[in-house]
Write a protein that binds this ligand. Structure first.
Ligand code: NIG
Ligand code: FE
Length: 407
């Protein structure tokens, strides 16, 4: 018999968050991992007896809370510069859209990103990723979209990939060339979209893309342009997502659902037709309370209708320098509850199981046998405490793919 290696986490309060609902609490629980997978979990008193003879590392968690690792499934983490001056302008009355139309906004970050070396972009992104990881994040999505030319878009995606290789977490990359119109294409949005579609096969061949996204809005791209990018993604077999109905209703969500989008994101202006379409395809509604808060939006996403329709809801930081310079997924849990009226359990599901779904990942987001051993240990009695407190990080230990890392 081969000698198998296990790690046993004992005397924890487990919150499995297993579907379909409920916290899935197991008092005085134990969880066994083998390699990068969860091999067993249940009450400590029912530990399997046939483990004798195997190599076993054992940890007594002394009643601490053990949950799935968190998943931040919508970020724009790789960029140069910052937009603190733009924040001041907005405080003086300028709107996000006015600044964007005047050539600021996303395009000012594009200039700073193009000017930065790969090494500089990586060095800027590492502490951002580490800040998220310190709160138990074990999977992180990163979009491009601040390069807006073939080489800088590819560089940003490569920096995102490198983060996943050099830091102990999973990084999923999303190509968002259709984020804004670069100045060199002013007045030629269709030509720019043609260029974006033409880059995709190269990005895909280089292994840089897990999904494709578009910003569909009055200051972004039209439905017809979105469709062209989605067709290019589909031709490569890549899943799509959409920044949809953030500042206005373009019926982007319904279009995205036609392409079996993994998620539609923002959604403050989502219509009932959009909800019905997302429901049909199981597309995740990715709500981004950081952007809602920071842009001082007043139109709430239709949470009650999404809930009633059974559309899975996810929550993310949307970390970016313009609309959500947030580096705390725990703060988003609180804001999802206070601003959007999610229940703490819905908010937790939004940063675990439904966030995994928004990335097309079926192997994480709950504690269950066979799932990836991505775990977080908390100095808390109940997961609702993390939705309740804000500005507080009770994360004590993190396990990623079966290996403990410094939290
Ligand atoms: O998700 N909505 C568009 N994109 C980003 C903001 C980008 C920026 O302002 O730099 C978002 O909010
Ligand atoms: Fe975004």
């Amino acid at each position: 018999m081969t000698n198998r290696k296990f790690t046993l986490w004992r005397h924890a309060r487990l919150a499995t968050l297993a579907p379909p609902s409920g916290w899935g609490l197991i008092e005085d629980g134990a969880l066994l991992t083998e390699g990068d997978r969860i091999a067993w979990l249940g009450p400590d008193a029912q530990l399997p007896v046939d483990l004798a003879g195997h190599e076993m590392q054992e940890h007594d968690l002394q009643g601490a809370l053990l949950t799935p690792g968190l998943i931040d499934a919508h970020t724009h983490l790789v960029y140069g510069g910052d937009r603190a001056a733009e924040f001041e302008l907005r405080l003086q009355g300028a709107t996000y859209e006015e600044i964007a139309r005047a050539g600021g906004g996303i395009r000012s970050t594009v200039a700073a990103t193009r000017a930065a070396s790969d090494e500089a972009l990586f060095a800027l992104a590492v502490p951002r990723a580490r800040a998220l990881m310190a709160e138990g994040v074990t999977t992180l999505e990163i979009k491009s979209g601040y390069g807006l030319d073939e080489s800088t878009e590819a560089r940003c995606l490569a920096v995102a990939r490198r983060l996943g290789l050099e830091l102990p977490l999973t990084v999923r990359t999303t190509s968002l060339g259709a984020h804004a119109l670069p100045t060199e294409f002013a007045g030629r949005a269709d030509d720019y979209i043609e260029a974006v579609c033409a880059w995709l096969p190269g990005q895909h061949a280089a292994g840089l893309v897990d999904a494709v996204d578009v910003f569909c809005d009055t200051i972004g791209f039209t439905l017809a342009q979105t469709r062209r990018v989605f067709d290019a993604a589909r031709a490569l077999g890549l899943p799509v997502k959409l920044h949809a109905e953030q500042l206005s209703n373009q019926e982007g969500a319904a279009l995205a659902a036609q392409y079996q989008a993994l998620s539609c994101d923002h959604l403050e202006h989502l219509s009932s037709a959009g909800i019905a379409a997302m429901r049909q395809t199981g597309t995740v509604a990715m709500l981004l309370p950081g952007a809602y808060y920071f842009l001082r939006e007043t139109k709430l996403p239709p949470v009650a209708a999404l809930r009633e329709a059974g559309v899975p809801i996810a929550i993310a930081t949307d970390h970016n320098p313009g609309s959500s310079p947030a580096l705390s997924l725990l703060l988003m849990l609180n804001m999802a509850c206070t601003l959007f009226r999610l229940t703490p359990e819905e908010a937790w599901r939004g940063v675990t199981l439904n966030a995994a779904r928004a990335l097309g990942l079926g192997d994480r987001g709950t504690l269950a046998v066979g799932q990836r051993a991505d775990l977080a240990v908390w100095d808390a009695e109940h997961p609702r405490e993390m939705a309740y407190r804000f500005g507080h990080n009770p994360c004590r230990r993190v396990v990623c793919s079966g290996i403990e890392r410094l939290a």
